[in-house]
Every structure is written in C-alpha cells, then in structure tokens.
Design a protein around this ligand. Structure first.
Ligand code: ADP
Ligand code: MG
Length: 315
C-alpha cells in the first residue's frame, strides 16, 4: 500500500470566519482545502481525513431548541452522527470532484465512526466543556432533568456542560483500514467520533459527551500506524512564546522538545495544546512516524520540507 497519512482538518477548513458560517460558504471552504489534499493524493499518499464539528454541533443544538415545540430533540451522540454525515458528504463530494478534474480515479468514502470511551472516565464526574447557547435558569433546570450538567457563567447566563473523555478505541478502525487497503480515500472520526460506552452486557450505547478531535485523530493515526500525522489548522507553523514580542516560529521539534515546550506552557490549552499532546501520543505509539502542523494552503510546501512545523521521535 502507498504511504498512509492521517490529515486532521481544523475549523478553518469549514468556517473561514464569522461572515462565512452558512452552508454554501462551508462547502466553498471545504473545496479549497480539498485542492490541497488533492496534491497529496496526486503525490501518492493514501489519505484518511478527520475533521472538527464544534460550530456545526452548536448550530444543530440551537435549531433543536428553537423547534422543540414541533419536532423531537436529537440526543448529542446523534447530533455528532449528523455532523459526520453532513461534513463527510461535503468533503467526499469536493475531493471526488477535485480528483476527477486531475484525472485521478480514486473514490472517497465517509465512515460514520463511533469512538469508545470509558463510562467511568473521571471526565463524566466533572464536565468542563461548554456546549450550545447561553440560557435562563428555568431552561437550564429543564436540561438538568434530561441528564445534562448545567453551570452558571458569571453574567452570561446558564450553559450546558459536557464531558470530554479520553478516546480508547475506534470501533470502525478495521473497516477504515480495509477501505484504505482497497484504495479508497476515507473520511472518519469526524468531530472526534460519536462517543459510545459499553454497558454491563458489553453492548454499545451512545453517551452525553464530546471527544477532542485531535485526540481521536491521534488514536486513529496510531491504530493505522500512519506514516504521517498532518494537523491542518489556522497557523503555518507552531511558535514558542506565541503572540509575544519574543515569539519564535519553529521549523522542527523532537518529541522530547515537544514535551518540554508543552510543560513550559508554550501551547495554549484548548487550541495548540491538544494538537501537541495528540502528536506526542502518536509518536510514542509510532516512533517511526512523522508529524506536521501547518495550514491548508501550505501543505504541499510543508511536505516538500519548505515550511510547517515538523515533529519526529528523538534520535
Ligand atoms: P482547530 O480548529 O484547527 O483545532 P484551534 O483554534 O483549536 O484550531 O487551534 C489552532 C490555534 O492555536 C491557532 O490558530 C493559534 O491561534 C493557536 N495557538 C496557540 N498556541 C500556539 C502556538 N504556540 N503556536 C501557534 N499557534 C498557537
Ligand atoms: Mg481545536
């Protein structure tokens, strides 16, 4: 098989800015990123694409709230599945068209992906990730009766809080591997995957949680023993002392340096932090792999060694 790359595309591959949140704009933005992924396929990479879904989940939650008097609400795991279907379709169609225009006959398939978490993960005792819009106390108490944790945010109102447990296993990972081996380009673990737990009988159940997409992408890259784990985001390179006068862009880090810089606080929690943690976990599981962080439009130049931040195992 060709060399395998897991390409995790960030929020900026779907929503360019606040003026471009509508679906036609999302499609145009996805098409732009797929041009760059097309370069990778043309270069001989077998590609698995993963993606985020934070804003899209927020839109569906809001739509649910506004329409609750008329149509049934959708549970959060099913919302995750909805976004995997919709975004998976956008990517599959855009990349299919991109490859066709280049005369490449490769098919793209999106896999609805469940990701197993531990039902005793401590994250469930203390949900920390805000989700959906701010609301009143009365509405919040209603959500609480449905099983949600709710919290008051000084001044801004009440908000549902959701757990972000550690992903343990990608349920469809063998299916994804077989599809890759058969020559398909795969879209998977969208939004970090649909969170599921095993009950006492060992059966899968959807759960109220969200999974960090960088963590889940790392797990997939490790499980597939991918040669490359590429995180495409809104910055061309990773910096030390980010946004400070003494900021320094990095071309290259070893695994050891990545751990040290992370411990020193160079990578913000909730943005670059989870990406570096994801790369550390991937390189520890797969020391021969290589990891890269860059923007969609610099992917080709980064793969040619001209930009981006590369991370490799020590020695
Ligand atoms: P994504 O949607 O791709 O996950 P995030 O916003 O979560 O994007 O993370 C990428 C962002 O991380 C960058 O746009 C940048 O603002 C921020 N960031 C935080 N720390 C750093 C750093 N040390 N170097 C570069 N970018 C950083
Ligand atoms: Mg992010």
């Amino acid at each position: 098989m060709d060399k395998v790359a897991v390409v995790a595309i960030g929020g900026n591959s779907l929503i360019r800015d606040q003026a471009h949140e509508d679906v036609p704009s999302q499609i145009a933005t996805v098409e732009e990123t797929c041009r760059h992924i097309g370069d990778m396929v043309a270069d001989g990479w077998s590609v698995v694409i993963t993606h985020g879904n934070g804003p899209q989940v927020g839109f569906i939650l809001r739509r649910n709230e506004l329409a609750a008097h008329e149509v049934p609400m959708t549970p959060i795991d099913v919302i995750g599945a909805e976004t995997q279907g919709a975004i998976g379709y956008m990517i599959a169609r855009a990349l299919d068209n991109e490859l066709r225009q280049r005369g490449l006959s490769r098919s793209v398939v999106a896999v609805a992906t469940q990701v197993l978490v531990d039902r005793n993960d401590p994250a469930f005792q203390n949900p920390t990730k805000g989700i959906g819009s701010f609301t009143t106390r009365e509405k919040a108490l209603e959500f609480a009766r449905e099983g949600w944790t709710v919290r008051e945010d000084a001044g801004r109102g009440w908000r549902r809080m959701i757990a972000s447990p550690i992903p343990l296993e990608i349920i469809e990972q063998d299916a994804i591997r077989v599809l890759l081996e058969a020559g398909f380009i795969v879209v998977g673990v969208g939004g970090g995957g649909i969170p599921v737990v095993r009950d006492e009988a060992g059966l899968l159940r959807g759960t109220i949680a969200v999974i960090d997409k960088d963590r889940a992408s790392s797990l997939l890259a490790s499980a597939l023993k991918a040669d490359l784990f590429l995180i495409s985001t809104a910055v061309e390179k990773v910096a030390l002392n980010y946004n400070r006068p003494d900021q320094r862009w990095l071309d290259y880090m070893t695994l050891g340096e990545a751990k040290r810089y992370l411990a020193e606080g160079h990578f913000l929690a909730g943005s670059m932090g989870p990406k570096i943690e994801a790369i550390i976990a991937y390189l520890e599981a797969n020391p021969r792999g290589r990891a890269l962080i860059t923007k969609p439009d610099t992917i080709a130049r980064a793969l040619a060694g001209k930009t981006g931040t590369w991370v490799v195992a020590d020695g």
